[in-house]
Design a protein around this ligand. Sequence first.
Ligand SMILES: Nc1ncnc2c1ncn2[C@@H]1O[C@H](COP(=O)(O)OP(=O)(O)OP(=O)(O)O)[C@@H](O)[C@H]1O
Ligand SMILES: [Mg+2]
Length: 369
Amino acid sequence: MEIRQLNLIQFRNYKRLEVKLSPSMNILIGENAAGKTNILEAIEVLSLTKSHRASDSSLIMDKKNLMKIKGTIQVDHITRKLEVECNLEGKKTKINGTNIVRIGDYIAALNTILFSPDDIEIVKGSPSIRRNLLNMELSQISKAYLSSYNQYNKLLKTRNEYLKILYTNHIGDEKYLSILTEKLVEKAVLIYQTRYHYIQRINQIISDVFHDIHSPLSLQIQYESNVLFSSFEEDKMKEELLKTYQKHYQKERNYGMTLYGPHRDDFTFLLDGKDLKIYGSQGQQKAAILAYKLSCIPIFEEQTGTKPVLLLDDVFSELDGKKQNKLLKYIGKDIQSIITTTDVKQIRKSLLDEATIFKVISGTVERKI
Ligand SMILES: Nc1ncnc2c1ncn2[C@@H]1O[C@H](COP(=O)(O)OP(=O)(O)OP(=O)(O)O)[C@@H](O)[C@H]1O
Ligand SMILES: [Mg+2]
């Protein structure tokens, strides 16, 4: 899938912008604070309806009260027009001019994989960052996952509230708790299975990608759940999950919250078998996250029948010239990529000649011919 055209109205430092993008590699060059990240953020919002780095209101240009992002998306031979409009009261999403109310009906219309400098937190930050990443990716490729995840969260909230009541009042209907637990388990299973298979698939790809863009070390992801499953077969999982809740019933009552389940999942990067967070250099950590994101491309394609759009923000910093070239060669022409950088001094001319280059200067984007 590709973004053919992007239009912005009063989005951050863009008063009005219309830009036509190439279906393969696009490189946006500009000085600091020119507006490069803002372009990728606009595409992220068009894809996921929200930005990972900011609240909706900060996306609106200073002193204005409305912003619009419009994109023309091409998937095979179908063209769709997507639109996200945000004002101080709220947000609207449209496909081909029709309002889309349910996020599940909108979210797969434009699939993106974004690499941003904040992504170093995937290695260094808290488990919730890694869970959010999995949720964001899996929601794009599986409607069933998104729906189970939303229902799980609602049930989790209710169950937590009820455990709190049991904790404070020391009495309560335990039958109600077991109904909630059973419902929670139903939804948890699909979340666990989807995450497990996804990470398993990434592990089949990620070392080769890391090799191609960085160095020939093994890179693996270790999925960590606080429930130990003997298999990922549905009935067995349900049984083992229920047993976990039974076993820790008193503990959960004492804490007044649900302590076990996929909302406590995590994963670790292992570089040559060692924890990347502790042993990895800055460059290795960055390359590992990049390898992870690039590994998601074939998986997205397997699941949706089309490649996502690849967004790489400030990707060359911390990579030496050789690795910058390796990365661009790896990405190639068969996927639409939008790459931002302050300069391309270290990039080979033959690679640059194949890309479409844009200059970003204080809220304007100009194509270089
Ligand atoms: N709501 C807003 N209204 C107006 N301007 C904004 C708004 N939010 C951010 N900006 C401006 O956008 C610019 C930052 O843009 P952006 O983050 O895209 O820069 P960049 O080109 O990625 O820079 P760098 O190379 O430093 O990463 C800043 O000048 C900032 O003041
Ligand atoms: Mg930036």
